[in-house]
Design a protein around this ligand. Sequence first.
Ligand code: FAD
Length: 308
Amino acid sequence: MHDVIIIGAGPAGLSAAFWCDELGLDTLVLEQDQEIGGQLHRVHNPIENYLGLKTKNGQELLELFSRDVEAADFDLWTQCEIDSVDLQTKRISLRSGEQLQAIAIVIATGVRRRKLGVPGEDQFVGKGLMESATRDRELYAGKDVCVVGGGDAAVENAVLLSEVCPTVTLVHRGKKLKARRELTERLQSNHSVTVFTETVLTRIIGHDAVEAVELKRKDGLKPFQVAVQGALIRIGVEPNTELCRGQLQLDEKGYIAVSSEQETSLKFVFAIGDVASPLAPTISGATGAGATAAKVIAARLNSGTPAK
Ligand SMILES: Cc1cc2nc3c(=O)[nH]c(=O)nc-3n(C[C@H](O)[C@H](O)[C@H](O)COP(=O)(O)OP(=O)(O)OC[C@H]3O[C@@H](n4cnc5c(N)ncnc54)[C@H](O)[C@@H]3O)c2cc1C
């Protein structure tokens, strides 16, 4: 029996674990990946908005986090496959057959990129399908590329790519781009960018690498192809809530609903970070929520509040 089991070792889960250790709680962190850090592995841009720190990318911030994590005294299991979680009884079954139990469970499972679900999307990862413009644009310099999405991330990536690519095709299913004005203005003033609104990408085509994308206008009968050597899909994210589906109250977008104490609809079950932050997913928000959950759990356990 642990005091706290935290699921997910991104910024939120690591911060919660660090604070739980500070507060003397017996804590176990379960992470499905081989490495801790979550989305920090995908942040290739400089991090300039974490108060008191500036790092050249997510990896550098993770190295700073890791120093404190290594010095702390909590258990961390990576490559850990959770089979099921009973949030009412706080019991967790692992694929390995192990059974775990805690007084409190903290869900810090973050978000994942939304996929289009079209043919070629999995096949061409690393063979024309880009991870981000910041990371990949030198590789795609001089090539024609396509970006899918209409929000800030898609438009910002399209602008970055347009600085090095002869043509950028931006595909958005809505009538109007949703990105902030400053970004759309930069995009529209750029002659190498063609924007297709009310259009969807239906297929990524190629042999060993991406050679073209198939697009279909909403009002068009026939799909058409655009020759590109690179494609980047930025159509938003979705919360990783599979483990708790049907057990917790979610909001209309599927994010976990929490109180100001980060508690979910079940007592002694907390949710922190992006999985519970549809509006403001940030590293500082995630680490702050981790601290809040840990302090609330410690205060409850110290005051003898029953877990049920
Ligand atoms: C390209 C990019 C740039 C960004 N730039 C910034 C920035 O400049 N400033 C800023 O503040 N934020 C930035 N962010 C956002 C920031 O990275 C996130 O807000 C932050 O990582 C959220 O932390 P988290 O711990 O809630 O979730 P995550 O980082 O998503 O971590 C969740 C962890 O849970 C694990 N997990 C998921 N499901 C399970 C399961 N079933 N079992 C076990 N483990 C599980 C995952 O493997 C992962 O390790 C950026 C994000 C991206 C992608």
